[in-house]
Write a protein that binds this ligand. Structure first.
Ligand code: UD1
Length: 423
């Protein structure tokens, strides 16, 4: 199994191109099930999670081909006749649950395995299933599978989410495009990936209003047609690489970066002493002085500080001047990176949903590993400014969400390489 070796070697300078969003692509791909005509996604990232979604859609009978080294995906569902999403594939990735709404809308029935345990918390599906039930579906849990049927088809309904779940908003929005009548989702999630999905569905002929606000209205239509859609920029990849010069020093331009995608995050960087400015081609990031200021962070649904950047932000705050408190409000168990950062010399105390980080002068390289995607990349970031060598194992987590991570960081001067691990 491969590992990544990082040597802290000072300032980073240059440009990093930002890819299309993994999380947007993972919800755009199942939209193919809503139409018999082809859906073409451009600006797609080449990642193992995208390969998993491809495998899942193919198992449902869809045809998926990739062009331009995986950056264009063409999906066609005219032969998709299987409404069963098997555990073997679903267990690899929670986003597999995004086929539930489209399958039910297409076939009037769907059998989808529950994703099972996940390293960052329980992550149930009650918000998805309650909403589909309100739309006329009958859903039973049997042998680890959700068995959903909508004998009279799905009907529009007014749905009040107890929490602004990203996945549930996407699932219900897709299901509602072909339901009879009008669906209103109150307390909907407002993430940019939801606006991107709504844009794509509108190109396919859907009638959707209010995406990007907490109340989305979908007027069901009889059929959707084909479309071509570019995947929105990955704001989490963007934020991750914004932290590279923040941690190591120097000045890096993030090509394709957009301030509106990372406003709450950029605000915290500013408080920490990092300048973020807009350029003609994206965003530029530069540390103002030698010291990083301690800042407190609370993760929240968009437009708040994203949980998917919490681990990376912690890597920055490990060497801040003072004490920072990070509060995780989205996932109950999302501090697995803390013990690894402690191995690198960080001073972190985790109590429930709070992590108190007392800044130290410098981190020291160490062998580390992480059990999720964002945690893994936080260890690379920490390694960029650590004294000596950091060896990160379980690299497959990174392959789920970061395309060419080694090449992108080498391009701005980082000493980083991917090696075959012995044994
Ligand atoms: C998506 C993102 C993930 C991100 C998360 C929060 C994708 C593929 N993944 O995940 O990277 O970290 O949003 O921004 O887009 N919940 C319930 N019941 C439900 C659904 C969710 O209790 O039916 C809870 C979850 O356990 C969790 C919280 O709501 O604590 C957030 O989940 P949700 O917004 O649904 O995240 P995902 O769509 O799974």
């Amino acid at each position: 199994m491969d590992s990544i070796v990082v040597k802290g070697n000072g300032a980073l300078n240059g440009q990093i191109p930002i890819a299309g969003a993994k999380n947007a692509c993972l919800t755009l791909m199942p939209a193919t099930l809503l139409s018999d005509e082809p859906l073409t996604l451009t600006n797609a990232p080449r990642l193992s999670d995208i390969a998993t979604m491809t495998q899942l859609l193919e198992s449902l009978g869809a045809e998926v081909s990739s062009l331009d080294d995986g950056h264009v995906i063409v999906l066609s569902s005219h032969k998709a006749d299987n409404p069963v999403a098997h555990y073997d594939i679903v267990r690899k990735m929670r986003a597999s649950n995004l086929v539930l709404g489209p399958l039910l809308a297409r076939h009037g029935q769907a059998t989808v395995s529950l994703p099972g345990g996940c390293a960052i918390g329980a992550r149930p599906m009650d918000i998805h299933t309650d909403a589909l039930t309100a739309m006329g579906a009958e859903i039973k849990l049997k042998d680890g599978y959700l068995h959903a049927v909508a004998p009279k088809g799905l009907q529009g309904a007014v749905i009040d989410f107890p929490f602004a779940s990203v996945g549930a908003t996407e699932n219900i929005m897709m299901a509602a495009t072909l339901a009879k009548g009008t669906t209103v989702i109150n307390n909907a999630a407002r993430e940019p990936e939801i606006v991107d999905l709504a844009d794509c569905l509108r190109k396919m002929g859907a009638q959707i209003d209010g995406d990007g606000t907490s109340s989305i209205t979908i007027q069901g239509v009889d059929r959707l047609h084909g479309a071509t859609h570019p995947v929105v920029t990955d704001r989490i990849e963007l934020g991750t690489y914004m932290l590279a010069p923040a941690i190591a020093g120097g000045e890096v331009e993030l090509l394709g970066g957009r301030m509106d995608l990372v406003a709450a995050f950029a605000e915290k960087l500013d408080l920490a002493g990092i300048d973020v400015s807009e350029t003609a081609n994206g965003l530029k990031v530069k540390r103002r002085g030698d010291l990083i200021n301690a800042v407190d962070v609370v993760t929240e649904p968009f437009p708040g500080f994203p949980t998917d950047l919490q681990a990376q932000m912690m890597a920055l705050l490990c060497t801040a001047n003072g004490v920072s408190v990070l509060e995780e409000k989205i996932f109950e168990n999302r501090f697995m990176h803390a013990p690894e950062l402690i191995r690198m010399g960080a001073n972190i105390d985790v109590q429930g949903g709070h992590a108190t980080v007392t800044g130290v002068d410098r981190l020291k390289g160490a062998p580390v590993m992480a059990t999720d995607l964002r945690a893994s990349v936080s260890l690379i970031l920490a390694g960029l400014a650590a004294e000596g060598e950091t060896v990160i194992s379980r690299v497959y987590h990174l392959d789920r969400g970061y395309e060419h991570v080694v090449a992108k960081l080498r391009g701005v001067g980082a000493k980083i390489e991917r090696i075959k691990q012995n044994g």
